[in-house]
Design a protein around this ligand. Structure first.
Ligand code: BES
Ligand code: ZN
Length: 875
């Protein structure tokens, strides 16, 4: 790194000195270069106090400037200067046309930001700051412009030419090239610009909006994948209807397009009218896609569609406001998925993600508030905190206001700010105005990092029939602040009678929302006839850690009786945590491990209750994850946690073999495959049963898994059987299945990814050498982020026992890959390094080994800003 990268602060925000009223672009795509011609109508921003004489435009070093003119006058070298990331024109009028021609080289673009080639298809990724790799521009979200884009390319090789908005003209040139012009009437920031050119095929449908407007829906992919677009189309139409019904939001252009590309840094991108999707988030078919994959497609399609209002029509003023669009849109897509499938299952899955990935981020060196105060590289802030915690913050507003006032608040927000670039404060202000509530203290959720901890005790006074909950809140220090002011926390609570029924509380409600605002508060419930068992934090009403000294018996009671489905699961998790923590301590002390009867009994009762949703049974019967148990420990003992979980699962398998076997049979499906909530639930429980049965150690269960693997008519069952056997002790059978699976699916890139991932996450010894060998396999490609994530990412993030091997081999491996990827694709390199940054949580030997590797990365030549920021902040 030649110079230390500079830090950008929210407090330094200034309005742009110039605005861009219109943007006309012409792309000439050629093999060895691409010409980008831009014609921008610029004008001084009336809202800007200062009147600089010159103009500063963003532009990456890779741009080669061929021509620059102001109002038709060509500028010469003395009129402007170009240095690191910017073009400065010394003097400009108040209003003028700026013309530029630059040459770029998409074929050499391995960072996958700006214009690049994905398997022969030209495509763009401009969020957050990729547009400056395409042309000189005011590449900031508060500069919104209408775009007209013409794309010119060879007709035979690139028959499809797309950009944002509506197609308005097209033609053929005499040299075998053709062109299409697109116009997007909605002003947008450059980060929402998109262009696609390639040999793509599409499926088509139409959608009629609530007000009767016809919208054409076109989903594009390579011809071989055309049969995998139906689920995305169904999901798109469902999302469009849902946003009308739940938020009153209609689509606004005549056409909505989605393009599937195989090389993509993220999941998908909401470019106006032209979403670009990672193939992994849009393609789905029974044979090649798991149930989880189907649900992912549905959620991502919805997410990007919902951005049309929460992100595009109303966008962010600056990148510190990222959660304004991402947190809100994740909340919206989560509610959509909850409505389409099982609400409780969706909530459990989201909380599992938050508690492992977000809580650990909040406890690490990269911890930051939902609205960060500073950054070096914005790409590093597309985080669990901005997304998942940001969504929880919106959910808490929804809980505090109730659905009707929340809807009034969102209506007001969209109405007030349509066509504007705004802040999270503007969002909260609309919620306040519509509800009459004061959310001043609540806004600390946006400015303070860290996970609050609630310590709750209670007392019951039978003579007065009074029950009291005493709640203390505290938040540990994080890099940006050591002292935290109290948060405004909605704590949803119910009280269970000894018979297991909900006691009527205020206004006969069975759940009340307690509002915590101070560091210590007592809440009094009157008219409580018997000592209740409290059901605390129902629905996970706030992103906090909660301590209350439940007995094992109380947890078993809540598992059976709580009317809140989420808390029934939560009680099982808490029971699992208590029992596993004891086993971990036993393992560390060298004592014999013995499984508690309480757990076996509770599991048996759930397994035999055929009235329950099988998906919830599967969730309840899944022990707290390795990651969650680590997150709960002061010092993470990877081997002890693994050993305790393995022991408990094996013991449960033996104790409940008959029940698992029966449940497996009950869940067999004899009707045609559908990724419906009902079938998904049955397969989930069936495959959970299979996982336990394989641990019972009888050859007949290996045969059962092998049979499921060969007979499956869907990828969920096929892949579950494969993963279970590969991760088991049956290594010969595993090898046979792996090679069979590869030869069956070698032509399906996404299925091959799961083949890589199954091997990368194998907890058995030798996984690292297997991963290293796979890096040489024809199926691997270091330039394709999906391959990197499936192999390297999964090994380092989902194979704790092998990644944290005591000899440091896992750490060394990761550092090597980060150094290699730093040059190819800084965003991917920077995301991959995360596991090393958590070094403080491990024992001293591992701490030292991990830090040595971080230092090695730090010392390597020419670090990208992305990797520099993460590594320097964590050393
Ligand atoms: N706007 C993002 C995509 C993005 C993020 C582009 C960072 C460039 C840099 C998009 O809306 C998004 O959030 N996608 C998620 C999936 C979504 C379901 C949370 C993704 O890509 O993972
Ligand atoms: Zn998003």
């Amino acid at each position: 790194m030649s110079t230390t990268p500079s830090v950008i602060y929210l407090k330094d925000y200034q309005v742009p000195p110039f605005l861009i009223e219109s943007t006309q672009l012409r792309f000439e795509l050629e093999d060895d270069r691409t010409l980008v011609k831009a014609e921008l109508r610029l004008t001084r921003n009336p809202e800007c106090q200062v009147k600089p004489r010159g103009l500063l435009m963003h532009g990456d070093e890779s741009l080669r400037l061929c021509r620059l003119a102001v109002d038709g006058q060509v500028l010469t070298a003395k009129d402007y200067s170009i240095d690191a990331g910017a073009l400065t024109i010394a003097e400009v009028p108040d209003q003028f046309i700026l013309e530029s021609v630059v040459e770029i080289d998409p074929a050499k673009n391995t960072a996958l930001e700006g214009l690049y080639l994905s398997d022969g298809v030209y495509c763009t990724q401009c969020e957050a700051e990729g547009f400056r790799r395409i042309t000189y521009y005011l590449d900031r979200p508060d500069v919104m412009s209408v775009f007209t884009t013409t794309v010119v390319a060879d007709k035979a090789r690139f028959p499809v030419l797309l950009s944002n908005g509506n197609p308005v003209a097209e033609g053929d040139d005499s040299d075998g090239r053709h062109w299409v012009t697109w116009e997007d009437p909605f002003p947008k920031p450059a980060y929402l610009f998109a262009l696609v050119a390639g040999d793509l095929k599409h499926i088509e449908d139409t959608f009629t909006t609530a007000s009767g407007k016809q919208v054409a829906l076109r989903l594009f992919a390579e011809e071989k994948d055309l049969d995998k677009l139906d689920h995305a189309m169904t999901s798109l139409k469902a999302s469009m209807r849902w946003d009308e019904q739940v938020y009153g939001r209609e689509y606004d252009l005549e056409i909505y397009m989605i393009v599937a590309v195989d090389f993509f840094n993220m999941g998908a991108m909401e470019n106006k009218g032209l979403n670009v999707f990672n193939t992994s988030c849009v393609l789905a078919s029974q044979k090649t896609t798991t149930d989880a994959g189907f649900q992912r497609v549905e959620a991502v399609v919805a997410h990007e569609y919902f951005h049309n209002w929460s992100g595009n029509r109303v966008t962010c003023r600056d990148w510190f406001q990222l959660s304004l669009k991402e947190g809100f849109t994740v909340f919206r897509d989560a509610e959509f998925s909850a409505d389409m499938n099982s609400r409780t299952v969706k909530r459990v899955e989201d909380v599992q993600l938050l508690r492992t990935a977000q809580f650990s981020e909040d406890a690490g060196p990269m911890a930051h508030p939902v609205r960060p105060a500073s950054f070096i590289e914005i790409s590093n802030f597309y985080t669990m905190t901005v997304y998942e915690k940001g969504a929880e913050v919106v959910r808490m507003i929804h809980t505090l206001l109730g659905p009707d006032q929340f809807r009034a608040g969102s209506d007001l927000y969209f109405e007030r700010h349509d066509g504007q670039a705004v802040t999270t404060d503007d969002f909260v202000a609309a919620m306040e105005a519509a509800s009459g509530r004061d959310l001043t203290q609540f806004k600390r959720w946006y400015s303070q990092a860290g996970t609050p901890v609630l310590d709750i005790t209670d007392e019951y006074d039978p003579s007065e029939s009074v029950y009291r909950l005493r709640v203390k809140q505290a938040c540990p220090p994080t890099p940006e602040a050591s002292e935290k002011a109290p948060f405004h926390i909605p704590l949803q609570v119910g009280l269970l009678s000894p018979e297991g029924t909900d006691m009527p509380l205020e206004n006969d409600a069975t759940t009340v929302t307690l509002e915590l605002t101070e560091s210590e508060q007592t809440f009094t419930f009157t008219g409580i006839p018997q000592k209740p068992v409290p059901s605390l934090l129902r629905g996970f009403s706030a992103p906090v850690k909660l301590n209350y000294a439940y007995s094992q018996a109380e947890l078993v009671f809540l598992m059976q009786h709580d009317s809140d489905g989420f808390n029934r699961w939560e009680a099982a998790q808490k029971l699992g945590v208590i029992i596993l923590q004891a086993l971990i301590a036993d393992y560390q002390a060298g004592r014999e491990l013995v499984l508690s009867d309480a757990l076996v009994g509770a599991y048996r009762a759930v397994l035999n209750d055929t009235t329950l949703d099988p998906a919830m049974v599967a969730k309840v019967l899944t022990l707290p994850s390795q990651a969650y148990l680590g997150e709960l420990s002061t010092q993470i003992d990877v081997d002890a946690i693994h050993a305790a979980r393995e022991f408990a699962m094996n013991a449960l398998a033996c104790a409940l073999e008959a029940e698992f076997s029966q449940a497996y049979k009950r869940c067999l499906i004899d009707v045609a495959y559908q990724p419906s909530a009902e079938q998904v639930a049955q397969r989930m429980l069936k495959n959970l049963c299979l996982s336990y049965l394989l641990r019972a150690g009888k050859p007949e269960y290996l045969a059962l898994a092998q049979q499921q693997f060969s007979d499956a008519d869907n990828m969920t069952d096929e892949q579950a059987a494969l993963a279970l056997v590969v991760h088991s002790n049956y290594q010969d059978a595993a090898q046979a299945m792996l090679s069979q699976f590869y030869s069956r699916w070698s032509q399906e890139s996404l299925v091959v990814n799961s083949w890589l991932a199954v091997q990368a996450s194998n907890p058995c010894p030798g996984a690292l050498s297997q991963v290293e060998a796979l890096m040489q396999h024809e199926a691997f490609n270091m330039k394709n982020p999906n391959k990197v994530r499936s192999l390297i990412g999964v090994f380092c993030g989902q194979n704790p026992v092998n990644f944290h091997a005591k000899d440091g081999s896992g750490y060394r491996f990761l550092a090597d890959q980060v150094v290699a990827l730093n040059e190819l694709n800084p965003q991917i390199a920077s995301r991959l390094v995360a596991p090393l940054t958590k070094w403080k949580r491990y024992d001293e030997t591992r701490q030292q080994l991990m830090r040595d590797q971080l230092q090695r990365i730090m010392d390597s030549a020419e670090l990208s800003r992305d990797v520099y920021e993460v590594v320097s902040k964590s050393i």
